[in-house]
Design a protein around this ligand. Structure first.
Ligand code: ZN
Length: 280
């Protein structure tokens, strides 16, 4: 199953077309895309058996984030060995670094992003997992059953703010407006042959800068859900940015930053792509 946020309304995507959920369910499920995660299992059962009307065509630019207003966004640092290495850190062992991307940074999949003046703005393609039920101290073995689905995420990062001050400001430097595009839709885990092994990549103006597989994650999705939920409850509709592989601008020699006019395309196998254009 694929769900999306089309102009602020929850839709099911079938054969590339959008079915409005509130109308198709005669009001049983609300139009608010964020609300569906509270009733995720009930919604999945309905969607699997409903006699859906024909969908409508749409443009990717009309999509918002399939999870537009999570109560918690947890983002993971240094979760691929090659990225930890290019960043000058040892790979984490017990618990990876965790920060947040504040709610106002979340956007849909196709956007224009304003570059902070004097900034060093960098790219980080990441698999995003969205929680589908109350999750407290779950085991790795049970973790996938707590995940509503997967999406593509970009953890856009401004390195000057991130690295200023006596301790790194991960959350602030990664939370400028539009710095957390998510989409293009949410794909349920059952849609993948192996949800723990997906190719992810991103390109700037057509030049590939990152390419890896989620099987290289030091802490894969089940390990993250287990370790995070051992500390705090994960709530329906919460978001986990799972970390980025090597190839970011910070780790290059010379370093490279996004510039006005650049187009960043981020892709994950079996999900789809994000497309960000950077403006002054
Ligand atoms: Zn990141």
């Amino acid at each position: 199953m694929r769900i999306a946020n089309l102009s602020g309304r929850l839709v099911l995507i079938a054969d590339g077309r959008a079915v409005d959920v509130e109308r198709a369910s005669n009001g049983r499920f609300a139009a608010d895309p964020q609300a569906v995660y509270e009733r995720w299992r009930e919604f999945g059962n309905w969607a699997a058996s409903a006699d859906l009307p024909a969908g409508a065509a749409f443009e990717p630019s009309e999509l918002g984030s399939p999870v537009p207003a999570p109560r918690q966004t947890l983002a993971i640092g240094l979760n691929y060995r090659d990225h930890a290495s290019e960043s000058g850190f040892a790979a984490p062992e017990g618990l990876p670094p965790v920060f947040t991307k504040f709610a106002t940074s979340i956007s849909g999949p196709v956007t224009e992003v304003k570059l902070p003046a004097e900034g060093h703005t960098d790219w980080e393609v990441e698999l995003v997992a969205v929680i589908g039920r109350h999750t407290e101290a779950v085991s790795e073995a049970d973790a996938w059953s707590h995940v509503a689905g997967l999406a593509v995420g970009q953890d856009i990062s401004e390195r000057i703010v991130q690295l200023a001050g006596p301790a790194p400001q991960f959350s602030l430097g990664k939370s400028f407006p539009g710095f957390a595009p998510i989409g293009p839709w949410l794909v349920t885990p059952d849609e993948f042959d192996d949800p723990d092994d997906l190719e992810l990549r991103c390109a700037i103006n057509g030049e590939e800068v990152q390419k890896s597989r989620t099987s290289n994650l030091i802490f894969p999705v089940p390990a993250l859900v287990a370790r995070l939920s051992a500390v705090l409850p994960l709530l329906p509709g919460d978001v986990i940015f799972t970390g980025t592989p090597a190839g970011v601008g910070l780790g290059r020699d010379p370093q490279r930053w996004l510039a006005v006019g650049d187009e960043l395309v981020s892709t994950i196998e079996g999900i789809g792509e994000l497309r960000q254009t950077f403006v002054a």
